[in-house]
Design a protein around this ligand. Structure first.
Ligand code: SF4
Length: 281
C-alpha cells in the first residue's frame, strides 16, 4: 500500500431532496432532518469549493447528488458542473456520486470528464432491507458493475454502525471485494436526532478493527478511505486509522455534517510524517 495519503473533498451539488427511505440518511425528505436543502448548488460556490479543496491538497473532488439515481436533468447538471470545475481546477480528479446509473449514463459522465464513480453497497445484502425499503441492494450492486463496464474507476464501500452484525460486515466486505474497486470508502454512522436508527454504538477499537478487516478483505484496492463520521467515531485517536490500513480520507465538510478544518488534517498528516498524494494513477 502506498504511504502517500489521498485526500478527497466532497461537494453536495444537490442536497436533501431524496424521496427514498434509507434510515441512516438525513437527506431523505421523509425524516425532516434539519439540514440545508436545495436542488442545485450555485455554480460559483461549487467552483470556489473546488479551488479551496485543491489548494488544501485534495486530489479527488466528488460531485454528489441526493437522489436515488440519475435522470436526464441531473445528468446534464453534473456534466455542466464537471466542465466548469475542470476549467478552474484541472488538477482535480473528478468523481461523481449520483446513485443508480446505467452504462449509457455513466458513459455520458465519462465524456464530460468524470474519471471515477462512487456508489456504495452500504451494508450486506440481507441487512439492506432493514435500512431501506424503497429500492433493493441488487440495484446498488448492478450500478457498481455498470461502472466497471463503462470503464470508470469504481469507488464503492459502505457504512458501519447501523445495527448490523459482524456477519453482515464480513458479507458486505466480500461483496465489495467481488467488484474489484479501486477505492473503498468506509463511513461510520453519524446519528441525526430526526432519524429512527439508534446511534452508532461501535467503540473506537472495534472501528479500527473494521478498517483493518477492510484492508485484509480487499488487499488489491488501491485506497481504503475513511469517509463520513471520522471525527465523531475516532475523536483524538484519528491518527490510528492510518496504522489500521487507511490511506485516504475525506477532508472538509461531509454531505450534511461539518468536518473539521482542512488545515487540521494537514497538520495531523505532517505530525505523522505522512505525505499527501500529489497524483493518482
Ligand atoms: S438514496 Fe441516497 S440520498 Fe436517497 S435516502 Fe438513500 S442514501 Fe440518502
Amino acid at each position: 500500500m502506498s504511504e502517500k495519503i489521498f485526500l478527497c473533498s466532497i461537494c453536495n451539488i444537490n442536497s436533501g431532496t431524496c424521496l427514498e427511505d434509507c434510515k441512516f440518511c438525513s437527506q431523505s425528505v421523509r425524516y425532516k432532518a434539519d439540514i440545508e436543502r436545495y436542488k442545485q448548488k450555485d455554480m460559483q460556490l461549487i467552483k470556489e469549493e473546488a479551488i479551496n479543496a485543491r489548494d488544501n491538497g485534495a486530489l479527488g473532488f466528488c460531485l454528489v447528488t441526493a437522489d436515488k439515481g440519475l435522470n436526464d436533468k441531473t445528468l446534464a447538471f453534473v456534466c455542466k458542473v464537471a466542465k466548469e470545475v475542470q476549467a478552474v481546477a484541472p488538477e482535480l480528479r473528478l468523481i461523481a456520486c449520483n446513485g443508480t446509473a446505467s452504462v449509457e449514463q455513466l458513459l455520458v459522465l465519462k465524456k464530460a470528464g468524470i474519471k471515477a464513480y462512487n456508489h456504495n453497497l452500504e451494508t450486506s445484502e440481507s441487512f439492506y432491507k432493514e435500512i431501506c425499503t424503497t429500492h433493493p441492494w441488487s440495484e446498488r450492486y448492478e450500478t457498481c458493475q455498470n461502472v466497471n463496464t463503462a470503464g470508470l474507476v469504481l469507488i464503492t464501500g459502505g457504512i458501519f454502525g447501523l445495527g448490523e452484525t459482524q456477519e453482515d460486515r464480513v458479507s458486505m466486505l466480500n461483496s465489495l471485494a467481488s467488484l474489484k474497486p479501486t477505492s473503498v470508502p468506509i463511513n461510520f454512522y453519524h446519528h441525526n436526532e430526526a432519524l429512527e436508527l439508534s446511534p452508532n454504538s461501535l467503540e473506537v477499537d472495534e472501528a479500527l478493527a473494521l478498517i483493518k478487516l477492510t484492508r485484509e478483505t480487499l488487499p488489491n484496492a488501491e485506497r481504503i478511505m475513511v469517509a463520513g463520521g471520522r471525527e465523531l467515531m475516532f475523536g483524538k485517536r484519528q491518527a490510528e486509522i492510518f496504522e489500521a490500513g487507511a490511506n485516504s480520507i475525506v477532508i472538509g465538510n461531509y454531505l450534511t455534517t461539518s468536518g473539521r478544518a482542512m488545515s487540521k488534517d494537514l497538520e495531523m498528516l505532517k505530525k505523522l510524517s505522512l505525505d499527501v498524494a500529489k497524483k493518482v494513477n
